[in-house]
Design a protein around this ligand. Structure first.
Ligand code: ATP
Ligand code: MG
Length: 358
């Protein structure tokens, strides 16, 4: 198969982790006989420095011309004080919009080998945690109109946003979540706030309708406040969770943190078009940039998601995941997942090790 990948290293540890992910990707392609073409473009702070915008048109064009996008991380203290309209984060929102990426997939998996890194008690962890949060990414209150601010007749300032979802927007994200749940544990929780919000009532009606096509999937609804609580109290009850943009932002962060290892978690953003985007969930980690301490596994696992979701290459994706598990089982660690003081691998050593053991 031909794989045309656009790589966006970005800022901070971005270039370091991307370099290792590419080493692994090249090795997988070589092993399975795929033809890999890599292109590279700028996003975030590096793009601001070079072009005074976090998302140059050339980057959008290169992404659109590719089959899939692999991104590192963006932002850092250097660009914190510049004008809001050209902050690095705008680059990320912009590329999501440009590629029509309506779904954000965030697996929160506790690797058996890293159980000790979680603050959860063994009794709570049970058989292990493997949750997939499917978050709607380009609708809801983050984009709803009207939005704005004003001053009322008494001179008091106010501001407002609108949480709005169309039937079609709910339908496509819920459908995708059912498809994903079907391939996983066949259990789906739709998370909303239907006891208070009209928009959640519509969400539930649409989800209920879609669920009729998936009678093999165990379907539940849950209020978001309860979900936040249950994720800490009994996370093992969840397999796949689908929810809107705002709730998903919060729930996916919470779900990932209960695993205790930010350097291990990948993500995928998927859309209507052919191009999806894959990136680790962590940020640019300016505090460890250039020290070799970054854990490249989240980005390497993002490559695995890319092979699975953009190319249907399940065997290749499985091999990467199995190799990561093997390396962990053999005791290899980067600093973030190692007990203090013990010897560990650098970013490039970990990347090379995974590639060599594929
Ligand atoms: P953002 O706003 O971009 O999400 P952030 O400041 O919230 O960034 P991160 O950049 O993800 O968060 O960093 C949070 C902490 O986790 C930092 O101490 C960082 O060093 C650490 N960290 C993040 N990613 C990794 C990684 N891949 N390997 C090791 N440590 C990491
Ligand atoms: Mg953050």
């Amino acid at each position: 198969m031909d794989l045309n990948i656009c790589v966006l290293p970005g800022d901070g540890i971005g270039p370091e982790i991307i370099e290792q992910a590419v080493v692994v990707l090249e090795k997988v392609c070589e092993k399975f006989g795929h033809k890999l073409s890599l292109d590279e473009a700028q996003i975030g702070g590096v793009a601001i420095d070079a072009h005074n915008t976090p998302l140059p048109q050339a980057t959008i064009d290169k992404c659109l011309a590719s089959d899939a996008v692999l991104m590192g991380a963006i932002g850092g203290p250097k660009w914190d004080k510049i004008d809001k309209s050209i902050r690095p984060e705008r680059g990320l929102l912009g590329i999501r919009k440009a590629l029509g990426l309506y779904a954000n997939l965030r697996p929160a998996k506790l690797w058996d080998e890293l159980k000790d890194a979680s603050f959860l008690k063994d009794s709570v962890i049970g058989d292990g945690l493997d949750i997939m949060v499917v978050r709607e990414l380009i609708g809801g209150i983050y984009f709803g109109e009207p939005r704005g601010e004003g001053v009322d007749e008494n001179g008091e300032r106010y501001a407002y946003n609108t949480m709005v979802y169309k039937e079609s927007e709910v339908k496509r994200i819920v459908k995708l979540a059912f498809e994903i749940a079907r391939k996983r544990g066949s259990k789906l929780h739709s998370v909303e706030k239907a006891n208070v919000l009209d928009v959640s009532q519509l969400w539930n009606e649409v989800a209920e309708e879609v669920s009729k096509d998936y009678s093999d999937v165990d379907y539940h609804t849950m209020y978001v406040d309860n979900c936040a609580m249950q994720l800490v109290r009994n996370p093992g009850q969840f397999d796949t969770i689908v929810t809107g943009n705002l709730f998903g932002d919060i729930i996916s962060d919470e779900a990932s943190m209960i695993t205790g290892s930010i350097g291990m978690l990948p993500s995928a953003s998927i859309g209507d078009g052919k191009v999806s985007l894959f990136e680790p969930i962590h940020g640019s980690a300016p505090d460890i940039t250039g020290t070799g301490k970054a854990n490249p596994l989240a980005t390497i696992l993002s490559v695995s998601m890319m092979l699975r979701y953009s190319f249907d290459l399940d065997a290749e994706a499985d091999l990467i995941e199995a190799t990561v598990a093997k390396v962990l089982a053999e005791g290899y660690r980067t600093a973030d997942i190692m007990e203090d003081g013990k010897e560990c691998l650098s970013c490039s050593e970990m990347g090379a090790l995974v590639a060599s053991k594929l």
